[in-house]
Design a protein around this ligand. Sequence first.
Ligand SMILES: Nc1ncnc2c1ncn2[C@@H]1O[C@H](COP(=O)(O)OP(=O)(O)OP(=O)(O)O)[C@@H](O)[C@H]1O
Ligand SMILES: [Mg+2]
Ligand SMILES: [Zn+2]
Ligand SMILES: [Zn+2]
Length: 275
Amino acid sequence: MKRRIQCIDCHDSGYLIDRTSEFCVASACACKAHCPLCDGRGFLYEKQDGYEVVRECQCRIRPRQLQLFNEARIPARCDGTFDDFKARSQKMELAKITAIATAHEYRREHPSRGFVISGPVGTGKTHLLCATIHWLTLEAGFSARYVEISFLYSEIRNGFSRGQSVLDALQPLISPDVLAIDELGRGRCSEFELETIDELIARRYNTRKTTIFATNYLLTKKASAGGYRDPAQAQASHCLIDRIGERSWSRLNEMCHLIELPQETSDYRLNKARF
Ligand SMILES: Nc1ncnc2c1ncn2[C@@H]1O[C@H](COP(=O)(O)OP(=O)(O)OP(=O)(O)O)[C@@H](O)[C@H]1O
Ligand SMILES: [Mg+2]
Ligand SMILES: [Zn+2]
Ligand SMILES: [Zn+2]
């Protein structure tokens, strides 16, 4: 039997998400102001092997999880969760299962392999990245960050005028337990962009940190034999390897499960607008 929802504001999740500014901002719902589990003490007594032990109550952990979610910088328009992702093909089901497993099985002492989801426009790639970050921070209490690659490039360029180096700008993306990089391969494929992505992926790889990616570019084909050196040629390619270079591509293959959604997967945004 379905449990009756007690709080119509938060549906008993205990938090509310405000999407009126650039990023999602979570806050505690008033219904959880007084914790019925510990009666506001912040700890609980638990039996363990015949002994009574003191355990921190989840109401004490909650503020930290809310903070982690808010620090992840999930764009306000990304309100998707695993529950509302509809898999309309086997590959989409695989993408969903992989994202859920990455989130649910994540352990800091044994970081899980990340994933790369490639697919056409509007197929739920950002939705799955954000749902993964949402779960990891709010439900599991791990640190995470979301970044769209073209925003990162412009943030770094803006930082130059303040005397900030590339490494200064990348630092906040190296430390989180899990990093989501969206729109991988997008841009002008310039030397600056290639070096930036190389540096970021190499740092995540060297520290064995879980990283998840979404891209519109193909994972399967390769247009050039030895990888393009010329940015104009790389920019004309639809293959991720040509756009990010062989160094990053090689690391990506070791760090991640690669999932390519079929090119005929329909655009969810257009479908929503039509019906
Ligand atoms: N399979 C799905 N189930 C439920 N909602 C979906 C699904 N796919 C996409 N959506 C919704 O459609 C919108 C667009 O999805 P999203 O931004 O994740 O697409 P995308 O693949 O990242 O597209 P792009 O390549 O343009 O970045 C979002 O509101 C998202 O929640
Ligand atoms: Mg997207
Ligand atoms: Zn509530
Ligand atoms: Zn409590």
